[in-house]
Design a protein around this ligand. Structure first.
Ligand code: TPP
Length: 340
């Protein structure tokens, strides 16, 4: 959720925690002795099985809402207030203690995190049949469009990949519903962002399932002149549901896949709403398609990226298990080297 609040390029940025977070971020939390949490709610998508989450850590929990403090995790110190003021006070206190020679030396811990980051970077395999990989599309989108733009997303695999493979350097550039899981969020959120910041480029990265919940808002975009850009990561499936059915339900696919990428035809649908519709189903055409979409600024653009259906989001902590059970690919567990 807070992607961009702390720049990805910062050497101490370990990545997103949680069920699909980086191995480094998950492992660092598990091994920490102090967590300072600013406005986070310790939901199960981040903690995994709660009784085994960060077992050695004491928690300082800052939140604007007193009801959040201690709700999901025993808190050593609760700080109620505005994050900006809270962070200022924490930094002042830390600086004073450092000046007094009281600051703890964290360099060993940071070094271990850096080793893990090198060992277990985010990555993905290209489909063997030469078809389009969803992660590649999203990665190129981030590289071509850049960190200045605003990105919104729906809920599902595309949401996780958009958080993993686009680099965020500033706050408020990554807008999504996080763990609240609001399918259909991407298009209206992009619309709102574009109205609020008309000079900024706004891309909605959406799933074909989520897009069908709120795509009628394209009519508002066309009529009111709100030129958002939509990248539909079209795998003809409710991909995140399908991923769980693959991994945990012996590939018994129930109500999670469509028989055709053609239904509906998103290019025709976009045109029907007065938007430009583009399609891309080939890795070689990804850059040119994004460039074409970037040239159109007088109308909304919808790009139907037809991607491989079997791509999965990794790393993953299976639901209900401990964060220590994280896998960085199917059946591949990291070696944390705790005993080395
Ligand atoms: C209203 C609603 N129904 C069901 C879910 C559960 N759910 C989470 S992700 C997902 C699939 C989303 O599919 P799609 O938009 O195609 O994205 P993909 O996972 O394929 O990237 C579903 C059904 C939800 N979060 N919200």
């Amino acid at each position: 959720m807070a992607r961009g609040a702390f720049p990805d390029s910062h050497p101490q940025h370990m990545g997103m925690p949680g069920m699909h977070g980086t191995v480094t971020a998950v492992a660092a939390l598990q091994r920490s002795d102090l967590i300072i949490s600013l406005g986070a709610r310790f939901d199960d998508r981040v903690t995994g099985a709660r009784d085994s989450f960060a077992p050695h850590a004491q928690v300082i929990h800052a939140d604007i809402d007193p009801a959040e403090i201690g709700k999901n995790r025993v808190t050593a110190v609760g700080l109620v207030g505005d994050a900006q003021e809270t962070i200022r006070q924490l930094i002042n206190e830390f600086a004073a203690r450092k000046a007094a020679g009281e600051a703890y030396d964290y360099s060993d811990f940071v070094e271990r995190c850096n080793i893990m980051r090198e060992r277990y970077p985010l990555g993905f395999d290209e489909p063997e049949d030469g078809s389009l990989s969803p992660q590649y599309v999203i990665q190129r989108l981030g590289e071509i469009v850049g960190s200045e733009a605003i990105y919104t997303s729906g809920v599902g695999q595309h949401q996780m990949w958009a958080s993993q493979f686009i680099k965020y350097e500033q706050p408020n550039k990554w807008i999504n519903s996080g763990g609240l899981g609001t399918m259909g969020y991407a298009v209206p959120a992009a619309m709102g962002a574009k109205v609020a910041c008309p000079d900024q480029i706004v891309w909605a990265v959406d799933g074909d399932g989520c897009f069908q919940m709120t795509n009628q808002e394209l009519a508002t975009c066309a009529v009111e002149g709100i030129p958002i850009k939509v990248a539909i990561i079209n795998n003809a499936a409710l991909g995140m549901v399908r991923q769980w059915q693959t991994l945990f339900y012996s590939e018994r696919y129930s109500s999670s896949q469509l028989p055709s990428m053609q239904v509906p035809d998103f290019v025709t649908l976009a045109q029907a709403y007065g938007c430009v519709g583009l399609r891309c189903d080939n890795p070689e055409d990804v850059d040119a398609t994004i460039a074409r979409a970037m040239e159109i600024n007088d109308r909304p653009v919808v790009v139907d990226f037809r991607v491989h259906q079997d791509a999965m989001v990794w790393p993953m902590v299976p639901a209900g298990t401990s964060n220590d059970a994280i896998q960085y690919a199917r059946d591949l567990a990291p070696n944390f080297g705790d005993d080395e």
